[in-house]
Design a protein around this ligand. Structure first.
Ligand code: KIV
Ligand code: ZN
Length: 514
């Protein structure tokens, strides 16, 4: 018997971007969208076009770049939002507008200041408006997880009549428990008279660590679309992690009567790409994509796996994209070989110039590190892509550090085309470098996080540094990679400062006005 199709709706580029510090540029969104398309995600929610001109351009660019997945734009239940989403999605081969309005008593009373009747009326109006731009309209009763079931049934019946073909049930605040959320989906599907005219979807937040469990309970009770993000990125504690939902359904086909169309071998590359672009590292023990997810430490386990893999493994590492590290190329390799390897990694260059720039960096890296892996190449592309918008550039950095002495950093930066130099002493080499940079820039920002991870193994590995800075309530992440940790740290710091210098980030779609 053939299984029903479970639609995967990825919202890494929209809800994922709502993680503080995870904002992405247009080009970064396009790169992630291409990776999602390659993984055969059904729908890519690319952003919230009314939020800012940058978000509008990003949704439009994704709509232009992607052909195999449907591209979706978010809109509040307001004409101006829906018109903007419709405009941004014009180039899409297949476009969806996702409009939402809160239905829980607390949201209607405190946030919207609308009566339930007004909410029904506005929801219907929004769906009809969205249908002027596309036949593919999704409606979300925001905070459905805390809404009254009778009222949900009433709103949903009306929006389906108005033309919504997907009804998404969000557990906006991550309050639900699996058996209860599953029952909610079942009740809605059973009680709403026109439920058969729409696909029921779920969108679960992870405040209680239950986003994936709630999503799966919903699928067991009739939901046929799951909204999720790569690495579980998203507002507050995040959304349901795509890789966990997809692999749970794929691995436990004895329990689920549906399956996705995903090419799961793209999961790990996609996870790495999102982590490297957003600067959100993946914890080692994270299911599916964590570095330890398939590592066996105890002797008993190792022995078991050597005798028969299934003794301790329920999935094959290669099925989710873990592969032996590829030693790509050495310093004698040419541009064509590099281009071919990038193509295998799903990375295409828009121009010969872009490839040339990465090639120069590749040669520089190959001089310092004789074995170059796929992860190194991904970091090279991230660094080159972010250079395009840099106001501050690192020209020179030297740090002298010796036993019993405080390290001294000398730094030269290019700021808006002009070179400035300074020096500073610090508690350690990174501290000294950051102080010297601040002597020049004086950013007035606060360092909230500093972390270093090795991209590959070995003492000549590149270190990838992530810093998080906060200024006047705005949080940004910066990243830098280099075989020299202090240089990687300076690059990460400047990357974050460049983001702070760029126009304000996407405002939050569910709060305040845009
Ligand atoms: O969490 C939420 O309710 C949302 C909606 C916009 C679907 O992100
Ligand atoms: Zn959400």
């Amino acid at each position: 018997m053939s299984k029903e199709h479970l639609i995967i709706f990825d919202t890494t580029l929209r809800d994922g971007e709502q993680s503080p510090g995870a904002s992405m540029t247009r080009d970064e969104k396009v790169r992630i969208a291409r990776a999602l398309e390659k993984m055969r995600v059904d729908i890519i929610e690319a952003g919230f076009p009314i939020a800012s001109p940058g978000d509008f351009e990003a949704v439009k660019a994704v709509a232009e770049a992607v052909t195999d997945s449907t591209v979706c734009g978010l809109a509040r239940a307001l004409d101006k939002d829906i018109e903007r989403a419709g405009e941004a999605l014009k180039p899409a081969r297949s476009a969806r507008i996702h409009t939402f309005l809160a239905t829980s008593p607390i949201h209607m009373r405190e946030k919207l200041r609308m009566t339930p009747d007004e909410v029904v009326e506005n929801a219907v109006k929004a769906v009809k408006k969205a249908r002027q731009f596309t036949d593919d309209v999704e409606f979300s009763p925001e905070d459905a997880g805390r809404s009254e079931v009778d009222f949900l049934c009433r709103v949903i019946e009306r929006v389906i009549d108005a033309g919504a073909s997907t009804i998404n049930i969000p557990d906006t605040v991550g309050y639900n428990i699996p058996h209860q959320f599953g029952q909610l989906i079942r009740t809605l599907i059973e009680r709403i008279p026109n439920a058969d005219k729409a696909i029921f979807s779920v969108h679960c937040h992870n405040d209680l660590g239950l986003a994936v469990a709630n999503s799966l309970a919903a699928v067991r009770n009739g939901a046929r679309q799951v909204e999720c993000t790569i690495n579980g990125l998203g507002e507050r504690a995040g959304n349901a992690a795509l890789e966990e939902v997809v692999m749970a359904v794929r691995t436990r086909q004895d329990v689920f009567d549906c399956d996705t169309r995903l090419d799961t071998t793209q999961i790990v590359p996609c996870s790495r790409l999102v982590s490297s672009i957003t600067g959100f590292p993946v914890q080692p023990n994270k299911a599916i994509v964590g570095a330890n997810a398939f590592a066996h430490e105890s002797g008993i386990h190792q022995d078991g796996v050597l005798k028969s893999r299934e003794t301790y493994e329920i999935m094959r590492a290669e099925d989710v994209g873990w592969s032996e590290n590829h030693i790509v190329l050495g310093k004698h390799s040419g541009r064509n070989a590099l281009r071919a390897r990038f193509r295998d990694l799903g990375i295409e260059f828009d121009s010969e110039e872009a490839l040339n720039e990465v090639f120069i960096r590749f040669k520089e890296l190959a001089d310092r590190k004789h074995e170059i892996y796929d992860e190194d190449l991904q970091a090279l592309v991230s660094a080159t892509a972010s250079d395009a918008e840099e106001r501050y550039k690192l020209v020179y950095l030297s740090v002298t550090s010796e036993t019993g002495e405080k390290p001294l950093a000398r730094v030269t930066l290019n700021v808006d085309g002009e070179e400035h130099s300074s020096e500073a002493i610090g508690g350690g080499p990174v501290d000294a470098a950051y102080k010297a940079i601040e002597e020049i820039i004086g950013s007035d920002s606060e360092l909230k996080l500093y972390s270093v991870n090795n991209i590959t193994s070995g003492t000549d590995a590149q270190g990838e540094v992530t810093v998080r800075l906060e200024k006047e309530g705005r949080i940004v992440n910066g990243q830098g990679a280099d075989t020299d940790i202090v240089i990687a740290s300076a690059k990460a710091y400047l990357n974050a400062l460049n983001k702070l210098a760029a126009p304000a980030l996407t405002p939050h779609p569910q709060h305040g006005s845009v």
